[in-house]
Design a protein around this ligand. Structure first.
Ligand SMILES: C[S@@+](CC[C@H](N)C(=O)[O-])C[C@H]1O[C@@H](n2cnc3c(N)ncnc32)[C@H](O)[C@@H]1O
Length: 225
């Protein structure tokens, strides 16, 4: 399967948006919210912070942040109009903007925290997205990245199980075949950390969950004076 272009990826997410939350629960065996909540808790977000949720999809991460820290000002960004509409309906207290993560219409040093769940894997120009994250983070601001983790035996078992299960729930299996391929081709946590460091972000910590099939990393912007 050849690599998808940005436009193909956007069209794919526009098409699957309607079933996105339902299918997410299925393919995560209901652990979706638990994993995201654990990662957000680890960030220890301070009250009244300005937080950007990149590749926000249907708005799960923003929702968790607002629940844990209601005083935060949260902005969600996604390039899919359907996802933005879905997220806005679910979270009326969050502002959503349709934008490409590789070209953010925000001033530099705007955010105390930037979070991104299951997004970077889908972006062909990863360095461009990370440049934008660095630019829009405030000095000492933190970046949380969550996605699939190690390519271990459990990860392979997971791929086979979900391919089997999704056939019961949807006729359109293409996006889930893409999910598995993109997951297999994605960097492992240690490689990701190197990519983040290459993009000037300073490593704080990372954690692997669910037999290392899921991983999250926390980094910060340390401005070179
Ligand atoms: C797998 S979903 C993750 C959604 C959500 N963060 C979550 O954890 O459930 C990936 C999202 O990233 C968005 N996306 C992918 N590439 C993007 C880009 N270059 N700019 C903005 N959004 C992008 C897609 O539209 C999709 O909603």
């Amino acid at each position: 399967m050849k690599n998808k272009t940005n436009l193909e990826i956007r069209n794919m997410f526009e098409k699957i948006s309607e079933k996105y939350d339902f299918m997410n629960r299925i393919i995560s065996f209901g652990l979706n919210e638990y994993v995201k909540t654990q990662a957000i808790k680890e960030l220890n977000i301070k009250p009244n912070s300005k937080v950007l949720d990149l590749c926000c999809g249907s708005g799960d991460l923003g929702k968790i942040i607002k629940k844990l820290q209601p005083s935060c000002d949260v902005i969600g960004v996604d390039f899919s109009q359907n996802m933005i509409e879905l997220a806005s309906k679910k979270n009326p207290n969050i502002t959503y903007r349709q934008m490409d993560v590789t070209s953010l219409a925000f001033e530099k040093n705007s955010f105390d925290y930037i979070v991104m769940g299951f997004g970077l894997r889908n972006i062909p120009q990863k360095n461009k997205a990370l440049e934008e994250i660095y630019r829009t983070l405030k000095s000492e601001g933190q970046f949380l990245h969550i996605d699939f983790g190690k390519h271990n035996i459990y990860s392979k078992i997971y791929d086979n199980i979900i391919l089997f299960i999704i056939k019961f729930f949807t006729k359109n299996t293409k996006p889930y075949k893409y999910l598995i391929l993109s997951k297999r081709n994605f960097l492992e946590p240690e490689e990701l950390i190197e990519l983040f460091k290459f993009n000037k972000l300073t490593y704080i910590k990372h954690k692997n969950m669910l037999f290392d099939v899921i991983s999250f990393q926390i980094l910060k912007k340390t401005e070179i004076k």
